[in-house]
Design a protein. Sequence first.
Length: 374
Amino acid sequence: MTEDALKYEVLASDGAARRGRLHTAHGTAETPAFMTVGTAGTVKGLLPENVADTGAEIVLGNTYHLMLRPTAERIAELGGLHKFMNWNKPILTDSGGYQVMSLSELRKITEEGVAFRSHLDGSRHNLTPERAMDIQCLLDSNITMVLDECTPYPAEPDVAADSMRRSMRWAQRCKDAFIKRPGYGLFGIVQGSVYPDLRQESAEALQEIGFDGYAVGGLAVGEGQEVMFEVLDATMPHLTRERPRYLMGVGKPSDIVGAVQRGIDMFDCVLPTRSGRTGQGFTRRGPINIRNARHQADPRPIDPDCGCKTCSSYSRAYVHHLVKANEMLGPILLTIHNLHYYQELMAGLRDAIEKGELDAFVSAFHRQQAAGDL
Ligand SMILES: CCCSCc1cc(N)cc2c(=O)[nH]c(N)nc12
Ligand SMILES: [Zn+2]
């Protein structure tokens, strides 16, 4: 892939961890970065300015959802996803394979691609590597993901090998179909389940093809943090330092901290947004559930050390009341706080790497998390 497709620079490192900057046609993104999930063209409940206020720079969209509704062609007619959702910073889109397997009915994987019926109206669709590239180009996504199969977990070695090798053949087809433009890039996705030899084979196969970045897929599928870190330890040595690495679907704060230590630069996870809608608030002293009665008269903010709009103006008692009363503002305030917490964690990691103080930062992080809520 030509260097100017998607410029990435490593500004500092601390052990395997990197502090970097990604340059796209819609601006830069500081790494390690947490990318906010906006699956169907919206970060649920928030205006784009609220999302930007949290410190977010990259928002995620999803081929599966957007191809079904309102369709990629409709979004292209209206000027692309940035204009459609009024987000003028970088957008990464997933290729849809993962969502097809988790959301659609009657899906069938063949060498050609994935045939499935829409979970919305039962209509038939074929998602091929070529179609996945076409859709993400119509969306005008800055970072396009190859079509892959997220190998189900657990999987026997031969099943994992066959699945990974088909994803590598799809990756080549994606590379052949991808339209190169400065400021736009294509990421490959490493598969291979929990098997070090398959992970190495996949990483080497993708780098032989050549991509602007490399995602580690097939994790955050129920394997647990210990196994996830073992797989990262087996995979990262085979990924070039010159390109960004993206750990898909991860994760809770301690997952992110451990993965940054192992050289991951980009993350996405529905946890801060989805759990915000169910009453969970992340704090420096561990998560709380605001629905718990112990918060009903608490005048303190969700996190006393947080400077977000929610913590600056609203008490736990108020957010507790809103959530118990099923008021719309409850999930909105918690989502704002949770995303801000995640972005503050990333900013702390970036700062610590720059200063060569990552180990001290990680020790303090774990100490505070273990302290528990006051
Ligand atoms: C908008 C959601 C982005 S991440 C979705 C995701 C999450 C997880 N956990 C794994 C994978 C994977 O292996 N492949 C792909 N394409 N996506 C994955
Ligand atoms: Zn806050």
